[in-house]
Design a protein around this ligand. Structure first.
Ligand SMILES: O=C1C=c2cc(C(=O)O)[nH]c2=CC1=O
Length: 509
């Protein structure tokens, strides 16, 4: 969430987080080399929806002003918390060399490429994040018991990815012994669902590029719309086959992921004590894909037709911009509506269905990124969002400015990302604006009955025209030979006369 350099007692008290990429004085945000400058943070002031009726209770309101009010703003091709990085898809000392970051179907990658990706994930699970640290207490307790020990911790790159998701979905602390308020979710059940997860993935991809020293590294996707009850990426060379131990809900010992341990699994403690998930790892991953016997609806993956249907919806989101929205592309891809767009409280489709299908760690919102399948499930969800943006070109008008649930208005800074970034900044087609793109074979719509009938009629008409034309030509050619008779008359008659004489002589003989 915040750069290590900024979470000192002085840094927090000043509210300024504008480090230098070189560590030199008078170089905040790389200003001495024209990379960026330190500016005042602006937070969204438009009204949000009625789902969150409180004010001033939650550190995430008007993010990130509870913690910092000054940040780096980077010029042109530069990015990062101190403007020392290049924007996605650019490299070189001046960040002006383009690189291709192409997200592909993991099943279409070679076995060497698959292996390299699994190893990179495992490395990210063990490598401490070079720049960012996480808070483990609410702001009220952030300076620690002695008032001078900021409550922040190091965390690994992959666990940071898990923690940011947890922090965005947690309940609002309402005081000692009281239940947390659950009507908030800064990354789901609103238009920000697609923009928030888009940045979440970009951040992991960027962190892994830096870890590997490879600016072309791209996260692959899981083409989950295959129907049926088989998880095609749950094999030991990819995300782990099912093990018969632990009621069949554990991962095979032949997979590296059987060694992974989860974070953020103590919801009750966080809620009752007002603490926050930290970097401590606990139990193993749990998964039994398609095996939820109590809920038949989530035993099967989405169908290809579901993708075709949701891409046909032409409105990005509809009031109340929530999980009850109907005819909303966002609520449909998120999976609270039927794939054709109609809201139905019992339905789970597309993204939600893929989560629930995993039936374990990957199906519980506060924990789900602990299962690495989360990454590929979300790159595919993001690919669908990107395809929708390209097909419908909503421009700047498609995303709601106000009255969305808290965290989801167009200009809200997404929680808990740093430096601040709004939902609007992620509402652009990836190839033009974000420095990566997808390679996907999109399913095509089968013909409807009326289209089949129209095609059949056209074919019949064409056949009639062609056959009729051929017949007409033959008749015409034949009659034109007869029509030439008068011109050929002499020859024709002489020949006929000779033949007649031959025939006559034959009959005489
Ligand atoms: O991790 C998630 C798990 C989810 C479960 C549902 C549901 O519809 O019940 N939705 C989810 C979203 C997630 O992100």
């Amino acid at each position: 969430q915040f750069p290590r350099q900024c979470v000192t007692p002085e840094g927090l008290r000043s509210g300024t987080c504008c480090p230098s990429p070189t560590g030199r004085t008078n170089d905040e945000c790389g200003s001495s080399t024209g990379r960026g400058r330190c500016v005042t943070v602006t937070a969204d002031e438009r009204p949000h929806g009625p789902q969150y009726p409180h004010s001033g209770r939650d550190d995430r309101e008007r993010w990130p002003l509870r913690f910092f009010n000054r940040t780096c703003q980077c010029n042109e091709n530069f990015s990062g918390h101190h403007c020392g990085r290049c924007k996605h898809g650019l490299t070189g000392p001046s960040c002006n060399q383009k690189v291709n970051v192409v997200r592909r179907n993991i099943l279409q990658m070679s076995s060497e490429e698959q292996k390299a990706f699994i190893n990179a994930l495992d490395q990210a699970k063990r490598t401490v994040h070079p720049d960012l640290v996480i808070c483990t207490r609410r702001y009220e307790e952030i300076f620690g018991a002695d008032g001078n020990s900021p409550q922040f911790e190091n965390i690994t790159i992959y666990n940071f990815f898990v923690w940011t998701h947890y922090y965005s979905v947690g309940k609002t602390y309402m005081g000692p012994g009281q239940d947390g308020f659950g009507g908030v979710d800064f990354s789901h059940e609103g238009p920000g669902f697609v923009t928030w997860h888009r940045f979440h993935l970009l951040q992991l991809e960027r962190d892994m590029q830096d870890m590997l020293g490879d600016p072309t590294f791209a996260l692959p996707y899981w083409y989950f719309a295959i129907g049926g009850s088989e998880c095609d990426i749950c094999t030991d060379n990819l995300f782990g086959a099912r093990s018969n131990f632990g009621n069949g809900r554990t991962i095979s010992a032949n997979s590296v992921f059987s060694q992974w341990r989860v974070i953020c699994d103590h919801l009750e403690e966080y809620e009752k004590l007002g603490t926050i998930c930290n970097s401590t790892e606990g139990g193993t991953l749990r998964r039994h894909a398609g095996g939820n016997v109590d809920r038949p609806m989530v035993q099967k993956l989405p169908e290809p037709q579901d993708i075709i249907d949701c891409l046909d919806l032409d409105t990005f989101d509809t009031p109340p911009y929530y999980s009850t929205s109907t005819r909303s592309f966002r609520n449909t891809i998120e999976g609270y509506s039927a794939p054709q767009g109609d809201y139905d409280p019992v339905v789970r489709s597309l993204h939600n269905l893929a989560h629930l299908f995993l039936n374990g760690t990957g199906g519980q919102t506060h924990l789900s990124p602990n299962d690495p399948i989360f990454v590929l499930l979300h790159t595919f969800t993001d690919a669908i969002f990107d395809e929708w943006l390209q097909r419908h070109s909503p421009g700047t008008v498609g995303y709601p400015e106000a009255n969305a649930p808290i965290g989801h208005n167009r200009h809200f800074n997404m929680v808990p990302f740093w430096p601040p970034i709004t939902n609007a900044e992620m509402f652009v087609a990836a190839p033009e604006g974000l420095g990566y793109n997808y390679e996907v074979d999109w399913p095509t719509r089968p013909y409807t009955l009326s289209e089949i009938l129209t095609i059949a009629i056209v074919v019949v008409v064409l056949v009639v025209i062609v056959v009729g034309g051929v017949i007409a030509c033959v008749v015409r050619a034949y009659s034109s030979v007869e029509g030439l008779e008068p011109l050929l008359g002499d020859h024709y008659r002489r020949y006929s006369e000779e033949e007649r004489l031959v025939e006559q002589s034959k009959s005489v003989v």
